[in-house]
Design a protein around this ligand. Structure first.
Ligand code: PEP
Length: 249
């Protein structure tokens, strides 16, 4: 069975609620493509207005983060049940910006992964190496570690439904896309790692995205690779260009 591509926008800390609704209105007609899953991962305050604005379209809505506890004294956090109740289907976990600025670790990512599955929310788990790690030749060791810890105690059935986003840190927001060969090589390595943790069937089903300065020009080659099942797109997801990325063929 061929894996369905998944192309997700990561809005990061952009768009007030009114701007968010306007952007959905603009992108709605441009992102129509039944062959791919289209997801807008948006700031927490934009989730409800974006869900409303996207009603009746092929746009699915995701969160950019959530906490791993059910509820309680965790000021400023968003609970998984809150996302579930309003109809959020995806959550980005372990984005490198959260690891860098908000002390996210693979261990906390793992706790969030388990909670997301409990609540029927599909995690988009991010992993990726720094430029220094790439230059040291430890890219795959590092990413294997992130994947192994992130998927601890995740069952094979759950893992099959998960999404992994390979995002080299040096390519995020820099305008420097990894070459198609670099992206394919690491995505194939991640699939191999999943096969080792679980089995070939799980590895064949899990979807692996590439992220890092994806644009309308680079998307077609990247998404044509055997192990790249779509993309996680930052900057270009806020522009009409996202429509071209979704319709990359
Ligand atoms: C991201 O935020 O996940 C990302 C890949 O950003 P950009 O496309 O802007 O590099």
């Amino acid at each position: 069975m061929a894996r369905k591509k998944i192309i997700a926008g990561n809005w990061k800390m952009n768009m007030t609620p009114s701007q968010a609704v306007k952007l959905v209105e603009t992108l709605k007609p441009l992102v129509v493509n039944d062959e791919v899953d289209v997801v807008f991962c948006v700031p927490a305050i934009d989730i409800i207005p974006v869900l409303e604005a996207a009603k009746g379209t092929n746009i699915q809505v995701g969160a950019e983060n959530m906490y791993f506890e059910e509820k309680g004294a965790f000021t400023g956090e968003i609970a998984p049940a809150m996302l579930e109740e309003v109809g959020v289907k995806y959550v980005v976990l372990g984005h490198s910006e959260r690891r860098q600025y908000f002390a996210e670790t693979s261990e906390t990512v793992n706790k969030k992964m388990l909670k997301a599955f409990e609540h029927g929310i599909t995690p988009i788990m991010c992993c990726g190496e720094s430029l220094e790690q790439r230059e040291q030749g430890i890219t795959m060791d590092w990413i294997r570690q992130q994947v192994k810890v992130g998927f601890q105690n995740v069952t094979a059935d759950q893992a099959k439904t998960a999404v992994i986003a390979y995002e080299p840190i040096w390519a995020i927001g820099t305008g420097k896309t990894a070459t198609t060969e670099q992206a394919q090589e690491v995505c194939a390595g991640i699939r191999q790692c999943i096969a080792e943790i679980y089995d070939e069937a799980t590895a064949a089903e899990i979807r692996i995205q590439y992220g890092g300065s994806v644009n309308a020009k680079t998307a077609p080659d990247l998404f044509a690779q055997a192990d790249i099942d779509g993309g996680l797109v930052g900057g270009a997801s806020l522009k009409e260009e996202f429509g071209q990325i979704v319709n990359y063929k």
